[in-house]
Design a protein around this ligand. Structure first.
Ligand code: ADP
Length: 876
């Protein structure tokens, strides 16, 4: 540092100084070159005069209102001057016109526990008139400056114990200071509190920093070590501070910023702090800023503060700070110590960065990380991750729980020890292949993994790669899903499917399913074979319809139309017309099921019954032949009996007739003989008639079972007998039986023979008609102590002329007919006291029936009962 050039300084006497015009500018101009010569040793410093100018200018310019009294303002200023000029003592007293002390400020330092007493007696300023001209005469000893300014007058005394005080430079500065104070004191609204103390103090500090640069120009305090001085002031003032634009810069920074005294109390906070918290500078000063810190964060913040203050190290802490609208946001507060050239902390500087968004993101991330970890460890999967070469380095909890392996047992390739020996080779090969091949894609594989209890369970393992930006695998994530139960179930299904297929093959029973309305029908292989489709081919509805015999309704489709509405299952028979013209008979059952989607799906079984059908046809044929033969033979027996019985009388008649002729033609005619012979002829004729009538009586007076029985039940039994024929001939039979029909008396079997005959005739008539309408209605009703049974058909009917002949013996219109059915029926019915009848229907068909007496039943009116559709109620 440059040595102070006393010679040059001395050229400026105090008088010279006093004569300098009061204009700041000129004062500056006059003093600046002189002072700057020995003070501007650092590029960013200006002269102490400029600094003094700053502080004094600000001191008395009430630029901002602040709750601070004038004395306090002077205190701050004096502290600055005492420190800057290394004074021991500085005293200002100013009285108003009435002699009352308006300002009385003393600033002194304590050295070695002693402090200097006030230099100005309490009455000093009153005793002797003071004037500016009389002040500051002494060049050594205490500096004294008396003044009279406006309504105030007084004295300023500065003292330092070192020899040579005040030096010319010090005198210069003190004079300037005193003059400026005096000048501005007149304007000072001293009774108002309008001084911005922190700002002044800041300037004082700044000024001190600048004056510090003139340190060499000021002789060092000799009796007091420098450190002691520093020690005394370290909590009051600093000597090394940043650029004078600090405050402006602080206000410009987009974050909160502040400076604090070495004891941690706040010196000032920047505009951002105010804008954010709404706390004024006064409210925030010292420890006031704590009001904006979240109550829960205060202790953390203070603890950090204390740590930093104790260690002198920077620190940071995250706290919530209240916004002016009451909302709290997270901030990261950082504090840094600022050292003077002696290495002592003279200030702490802090900045707060809004980290609310980051904090939220972190919280979110940590919550999602927590969730993820929870997920990974709770999903019922074994999960692990591997390095790009397949070396496993992480396993989830489930893995450890399942295998009871330790992390060290599992890591690397250790996990493969849990694989089933039979799967080991395949699994490790697969895994190596996945990690080494180009596309590094794993389609998964199945392997058994050993559980801690020793049981092996099937798992489906699959590795998923995580690539970096350039497409290189960074990690592998392997998931293993327990598929053991599914696997067993699949095997069970496979096994039962095989059994079913074998059973289908053996029985020729096929299965099918069809979703109502769908174009395709699903047929099993057996059924495809039956229809002659390629096994496994996509079978459409039209393909099946094509194979359906023209006389039959196609498969389930038509029936389903009604079946769906009724929600019914059904059983049906159809003929399959093969491309070679052969016919197959198919018997199938369809069961309606409802899918969860609400769609109706028919599932069913179908069986090729061609052989059975043909066999039953042949059997039926044989039975019919046999019946015919039996009928023929019984007729033959009957005829032989009749012939035998009638033969004798007839032979007698013929012989007697011949004899009678001979007697009458003899000459003379033998009249008496002829008469006798004629009598014998008559006798034989009567005998023949007797034979016939006896035979008829045989039928008529046949013993009749006298029990009471229900005609309805007897009729149902008969219908049951013809079910096969009805089904084969696709005839729908409807029973229309009245309720409460009274029982009938007679031979149940004979009446059943009658009913059977009527139904068979109806079937024959329908078959002969070959029409589309193929219905039979069997009705039973009650009227006037008679029960009537009629069989109505949609067959050929009969001619009006034939109506009378139907019941005659041997009347038949059928090729193989015998013509005795109806005549025997009539005999039987009449033998029961009833009668038979036959009617032609207006449209096609006939009604043939009978009525027989029954128990009288006064309560019974002819009430139609419910229609009961028989088993063969086939809708065509
Ligand atoms: P068969 O059945 O052997 O011909 P029947 O005595 O049972 O002998 O019948 C006599 C005839 O009466 C039949 O050949 C037929 O012409 C006529 N017939 C009987 N029932 C009906 C009917 N339901 N519809 C039309 N004709 C019938």
């Amino acid at each position: 540092m440059k040595q102070l050039d006393n010679t040059q300084v001395r050229k400026l006497s105090l008088d010279d100084l006093r004569s300098v015009p009061e204009s700041e500018l000129r004062l500056h101009e006059a003093l600046q070159p002189q002072v700057s010569r020995y003070t501007t040793t650092h590029s960013d410093t200006v002269s102490p005069v400029a600094a003094l100018d700053d502080i004094l200018g600000l001191l008395f310019k009430p630029a901002a209102s602040q709750d601070q009294d004038t004395t306090a303002v002077f205190k701050v200023l004096f502290r600055a001057l005492v420190a800057a000029l290394r004074l021991d003592y500085l005293h200002l007293r100013a009285l108003d016109e009435s002699g009352q002390a308006r300002i009385d400020v003393v600033e002194r330092i304590e050295v070695g526990g002693n402090s200097r007493d006030a230099a100005i007696p309490a009455s000093a300023a009153l005793d002797e008139p003071v004037s500016e001209s009389g002040a500051g005469a002494a060049t050594h000893g205490p500096f004294r400056f008396e003044f009279s300014a406006g309504r105030l007058s007084g004295v300023l005394i500065a003292e330092a114990s070192r020899a040579g005080f005040p030096s010319p430079a010090e005198q210069l500065v003190l004079n300037i200071a005193a003059r400026k104070i005096v000048r501005d004191l007149g304007e000072l609204p001293y009774d108002k509190k309008q001084i911005l103390t922190p700002a002044i103090e800041q300037l004082a500090v700044r000024m001190g920093a600048r004056l510090e640069l003139a340190e060499d120009a000021v002789p060092r305090r000799q009796s007091v070590p420098l450190d002691a001085v520093r020690e005394s002031y370290k909590n009051k003032l600093v000597t090394g501070m940043p650029d004078w634009r600090l405050r402006e810069l602080f206000d410009l920074v987009p974050t909160m910023a502040w400076s604090s005294f070495p004891d941690g109390s706040c010196e000032f906070l920047n505009r951002k702090h105010y804008e954010y918290t709404g706390l004024s500078a006064a409210q925030s000063r010292e420890w006031g800023w704590q009001a904006a810190i979240h109550p829960q964060d205060i202790s953390r913040r203070m603890e950090k503060w204390r740590e930093s203050l104790a260690s002198g190290r920077p620190s940071e802490v995250e706290v919530r700070i209240r916004r002016r609208d009451g909302m709290y946001r997270w901030f990261l507060l950082r504090i840094e110590p600022f050292h003077d050239q002696f290495g002592s902390i003279v200030r702490w500087y802090g900045a707060g960065t809004d980290i609310e968004d980051r904090k939220r993101a972190e919280e979110k991330w940590s919550a999602s990380e927590k969730r993820l970890s929870l997920l990974i460890n709770t999903v019922p999967m074994l999960i692990w991750s591997c390095l790009p070469d397949g070396h496993a380095d992480f396993f989830n909890e489930q893995w450890y729980n399942y295998t009871a392996f330790s992390p060290s047992q599992s890591d690397g390739w250790g996990w493969t020890a849990a694989l089933h020996p039979d799967d080991y080779r395949h699994a490790t090969q697969h895994w190596r292949m996945v990690t080494t091949t180009e596309d590094q894609h794993d389609s998964g594989f199945e392997a058994r993994i050993k559980r801690k209890d020793g049981e092996y369970r099937w798992f489906w393992l699959r590795a998923n790669a995580m690539w970096d930006e350039v497409g290189i695998v960074k990690r592998w994530y392997v998931t293993s899903i327990d598929i053991h139960d599914r696997k067993l179930a699949e095997e069970e299904v496979r096994r039962s499917e095989a059994v079913l297929a074998e059973a289908q093959r053996l029985t020729g029973l096929g299965t099918f399913s069809w979703r109502v309305g769908a174009t395709h029908v699903s047929l099993c292989g057996t059924l495809c074979n039956i229809f002659g489709f390629e096994c496994g081919a996509a079978v459409t509805r039209s393909m099946i319809e094509e194979r359906t015999h023209p006389g039959d309704s196609p498969f389930i489709f038509e029936r389903v139309k009604q079946g769906v509405e009724k929600g019914e299952n059904f059983e049906e028979q159809m003929r399959v017309l093969m491309p070679d013209g052969s016919v197959k008979y198919l018997h199938y059952c369809a069961y309606a099921t409802k899918a969860p989607s609400g769609e109706v799906e028919y599932i069913g079984t179908a069986q090729d019954v061609t052989e059975r059908y043909l066999a039953s046809e042949a059997l039926e044929q044989a039975r019919a032949e046999l019946a015919k033969a039996a009928r023929a033979s019984s007729l033959g027996v009957l005829t032989a009996a009749i012939a035998h019985e009638v033969n004798q009388p007839l032979a007698g008649i013929v012989m007697n007739a011949n004899t009678s002729l001979r007697m009458l033609s003899s000459d003379p005619p033998n009249i008496a003989g002829a008469v006798e012979t004629a009598r014998r002829t008559i006798r034989d004729g009567k005998r023949a008639a007797d034979v016939i009538s006896r035979l008829r009586k045989l039928f008529k007076h046949k013993e009749i079972n006298a029990s009471w029985w229900g005609l309805g039940d007897a009729t149902r039994e008969v219908i049951e007998l013809v079910q096969d024929e009805l089904r084969r001939d696709r005839i729908a039979l409807t029973e229309l039986f009245d309720d409460g029909v009274p029982p009938v008396k007679g031979d149940r079997i004979q009446i059943q023979q009658v009913i059977l005959n009527l139904v068979r005739n109806a079937i024959d008539a329908i078959d002969a008609a070959q029409g589309k309408a193929r219905t039979i209605v069997v009705s039973i009703s009650y009227k006037d102590n008679f029960v009537c049974l009629s069989v109505e058909d949609s067959g050929t009917g009969f001619d009006a002329a034939a109506a009378d002949k139907l019941f005659e013996e041997f009347y038949t219109t059928k090729q193989d007919g015998m013509g005795i059915g109806l005549s025997v029926s009539r005999w039987i019915v009449e033998a029961h006291g009833g009668k038979v009848w036959a009617e032609r229907k207006q449209e096609k068909g006939a009604i043939v029936g009978f009525s027989i007496p029954c128990q009288s039943n006064p309560n019974t009116e002819s009430v139609r009962g419910a229609v009961r559709a028989g088993k063969a109620d086939l809708t065509l």
